[in-house]
Every structure is written in structure tokens, then in C-alpha cells.
Design a protein around this ligand. Structure first.
Ligand code: FAD
Length: 404
């Protein structure tokens, strides 16, 4: 049995029989898969986590800004009010969880991050949205800000706000999650692919092949979600991909600065490096496309020079990568969205996209609740509502639903 195998110090690969059973198989070890595996093993579940690459968190989870959101940007950028509320609530939930669980992974916790706009209407809308959604902010007078950041473009009519967002060392966070998963006897298999033996059994292909049966399967494979869906169902999953360019430069500003305006930069500083992109730069593509486009790199750099004109001299130092955000098209809304998605096309098979890294703790908890019925808490007395049999007549539900 999986729980009898000591992972970490012993070479479990030699000890595993070629077939075993566990409670949940989690496929894909980005932030979503790691968090889910940690939370499931915290509840005493036996979990097998499979990662295709030789190193964990190979995708968007590591190739991002490392920005722990507290809703500052999304309260403003998401125009649909209900969706903005839903995303901001999840971000604040995730922010609170991660800044407490992984306090040591927060970089320079006392260094503020700022949001900026040149548009008076955007500033007023931002203040309204932040007030309404409980996002902390404090407006800083332009002349006071220039005292602490004299290189920002003083010719622009800037409104500047201090936010409560934080910088996170996501690599350190993932190491902490991995350590916890191993402590909890979760099994992590890297450099592995899988195929289906049946709906509740997969074959893992790594140095050694295993057949693993499980009660639940959770797919956290990011932009590759469609591959598992096709293998499982034989159909294509309708997905969109949104491509963004991130520029890396020697650090040039004392503070991280998030532009709320189009064609202006988002600058997130980590140590001696500034990570920059152009706000709203996402370009839709039909397949994940990781090729960098020099035109986009140039546009991002020009947006930066508008806010920090002296940065022009840093052009020769630019390095860039592409980060792709996937989303499932459910027919109703195929626009770019940062909301999370949980989808169960077959019983006990969950396809999960967190929307943002910071949303992942909320999404993981929602998945836990969805698979609750299948989790084994045999030493704990069931709650009365767990054993309450809903009568075949739907009268009660109907009456409840009819209440004003
Ligand atoms: C430009 C950009 C910047 C961003 N910046 C931030 C930010 O600063 N803060 C924030 O909160 N969010 C940010 N995000 C969003 C965030 O990065 C993603 O929402 C989040 O990382 C997605 O996590 P994931 O675990 O679902 O996917 P991924 O990180 O893509 O992880 C998927 C994992 O599954 C593995 N995998 C794929 N196929 C298989 C397979 N067949 N078998 C096994 N394993 C497989 C991959 O190798 C990978 O390790 C950003 C997004 C973009 C596009």
C-alpha cells in the first residue's frame, strides 16, 4: 500500500509494486497540482502527483511575475462587476492563505507596491471598485512619490496609490509545498507520462511503469489540459490561449508599479531584477504559442520608457519569455478571463484551472469540497447531514427554492 512506503530518504521506485491504489491522482505539478496534493495529504489522503517534466512547476506557475495579488489590478481590469467580485474574493482568499502558510516566501514584506493611472476616470473607477470589494489602498500625492522615486516621468498626470499586494518567491513556495507533500507520504513522480487503463486506472510511464487505481483524478496540467481530456473522452476540449510577453531587466526602480492603463507597463521587482510587461498585452491564440515576438517585446519596452524615460538605456539588457494563460470555452464566455474553472466531464475526473496563481488556494479548497463524498474519513463520525437521506420527492428543495 502507498501509505506504507516511506518517501524522501528511501528509493521508493524500487519498492513500489507495479500496481497500487491511492485515493487521488493529481496530474500536473504547477501551483494548482502542488497545492491540491498538499491539502489532500494534510487530510490524510493517499495522493500520487505526476509531473511530465523532470522538474516540478515547469509552466506558467514559475514563468510569471511572482506577484501575490490582493485584487488591486483585477478590481479595475475586469469590467463585468460580478466577475470582478468573484475573482477579487478568490484573490484575497489566496493572498491571506499564502501570506500566512508561506510567510517566509514573501519577499521584502515591508516594501510597498504601487498602482498608477494617468486617467482621472480610471482613478475614480478604481477607488469605487476597491471600496466596494474591500481592496486596501492609499492615495499618495504625486510630489510625495517623486521624493521616493525621482525617476518616474514627472510630465505625466499621474494618480498614484499604494496597494497591499506582495512579492512572492514562488520557487520557494513550491519547495515548501513539495516538502509538505513528502512529509505527508504523498508520492511525487517526475518525468512521467500517463495513459488510461480504464476510467479509474492509469498507467504511469516513467523509468518504471506502474498501474495506479484511484477514487478521483484531478487534472492540473495548465495549457496541456486538452491532451488529457482527449485521451479520456476521445473529444477535443474547446480552449483558448492568451499569450503575454515578460521582459527581464536589471532593476531600475525602487518600487513595483502596476499601471492600470492600456499600453503602460507593469513592473514587478524581485531582488536585482525587474519583470516588465505591457498592461492588457494578452493576444489570443488557438494553440499554446511560446515563441517570442520582437514586435511585442518592443511594445512592452516602449510602454516602460513612457513611465521611466531613463530606462531607454537598458534596451541591450532585455531578456524575454512568453507566458501562456489557458482557458476553457464553455460557449457562454470565450473572452480572456482570469476566473478559475473546475469542470467534471466524467464522474471523479476534475479538470482545473486556477485563473491566477493567487487564486489556487481557493480553487484547491473548492475541489476538496467537491470530492468530499469520495474522501475517506473513516475514523471520524459522519455528520448528520452526511447520512441524511434526501427523499426521492424533491418537494423540500422545491419549497425552499420558491421562498422569496
Ligand atoms: C504573463 C503572466 C503572468 C502571470 N503572473 C502571475 C502572477 O504574478 N501572480 C499570479 O497569481 N498569477 C499569475 N499568472 C497566472 C498564473 O501563473 C497561472 O494561473 C498559474 O500558474 C497556473 O497554474 P497551473 O498549476 O494551473 O498551471 P501550470 O503552472 O502551467 O502547471 C501545469 C503543470 O502540469 C505539467 N504538465 C503538463 N502536461 C502534463 C502531463 N500530461 N502530465 C503531467 N504533467 C503535465 C506542466 O509541466 C506543469 O508543471 C500569470 C499568467 C501570465 C500569463
Amino acid at each position: 500500500m502507498l501509505r506504507e512506503i516511506e518517501v524522501g530518504t528511501r528509493n521508493w521506485r524500487n519498492e513500489l509494486s507495479s500496481s497500487f491504489h491511492c485515493d487521488t491522482v493529481v496530474i500536473g505539478a504547477g501551483v494548482m497540482g502542488l497545492l491540491l496534493a498538499k491539502k489532500l495529504t494534510d487530510l490524510g489522503q493517499s495522493v500520487t502527483l505526476i509531473e511530465q517534466k523532470n522538474t516540478l512547476a515547469y509552466g506558467a506557475s514559475i514563468k510569471n511575475h511572482g506577484w501575490l495579488h490582493r485584487g488591486t489590478a483585477h478590481a479595475v481590469s475586469i469590467k463585468d462587476k460580478d466577475q470582478a467580485k468573484s475573482v477579487v474574493q478568490k484573490l484575497i482568499y489566496g493572498f491571506d492563505y499564502l501570506s500566512s502558510y508561506a510567510r517566509e516566501c514573501i519577499e521584502r514584506p515591508f516594501e510597498p507596491m504601487y498602482a498608477v493611472t494617468q486617467d482621472q476616470t480610471v482613478a475614480e473607477q478604481a477607488v469605487c471598485a476597491w471600496e466596494e470589494l474591500g481592496v486596501d489602498y492609499e492615495e499618495i500625492a504625486k510630489q510625495d512619490f517623486f521624493k521616493i522615486d525621482p525617476d518616474i516621468n514627472g510630465d505625466l498626470p499621474l494618480r498614484i496609490f499604494q496597494s497591499a499586494d506582495l512579492h512572492i518567491n514562488n520557487r520557494m513556495l513550491f519547495q515548501k509545498l513539495l516538502t509538505d507533500i513528502k512529509k505527508n507520504n504523498g508520492l511525487v513522480i517526475q518525468g512521467a507520462d500517463f495513459s488510461y487503463k480504464s476510467e479509474d486506472e492509469i498507467e504511469i510511464h516513467s523509468e518504471k511503469n506502474f498501474i495506479v487505481g484511484a477514487e478521483s483524478f484531478v487534472y492540473c496540467t495548465g495549457a496541456n489540459l486538452g491532451d488529457a481530456y482527449r485521451q479520456l473522452t476521445g473529444s477535443d476540449l474547446d480552449m483558448s490561449f492568451w499569450k503575454s510577453h515578460l521582459l527581464f531587466l536589471p532593476r531600475f526602480s525602487p518600487f513595483s508599479m502596476v499601471s492600470l492603463d492600456r499600453d503602460m507597463p507593469i513592473i514587478i521587482n524581485h531582488g536585482e531584477v525587474s519583470v516588465v510587461n505591457r498592461a492588457y498585452d494578452e493576444a489570443q491564440c488557438t494553440t499554446p504559442d511560446y515563441s517570442t515576438d520582437p514586435v511585442e517585446v518592443d511594445r512592452a519596452f516602449k510602454s516602460l520608457c513612457k513611465l521611466y524615460p531613463f530606462a531607454k538605456g537598458l534596451k541591450k539588457d532585455i531578456q524575454s519569455i512568453v507566458c501562456v494563460k489557458p482557458s476553457i470555452n464553455f460557449g457562454d464566455d470565450s473572452r480572456h478571463s482570469v476566473n478559475s474553472q473546475i469542470f467534471e466531464p466524467l464522474p471523479n475526473h476534475f479538470f482545473v484551472l486556477p485563473g491566477k496563481m493567487t487564486e489556487a488556494p481557493y480553487v484547491a479548497d473548492e475541489v476538496l469540497h467537491r470530492i468530499y463524498e469520495r474522501l475517506d474519513f473513516s475514523q471520524i463520525t459522519p455528520r448528520p447531514i452526511d447520512i441524511f437521506q434526501v427523499s426521492s420527492s424533491s418537494e423540500t428543495k422545491f419549497q425552499l427554492n420558491q421562498r422569496p
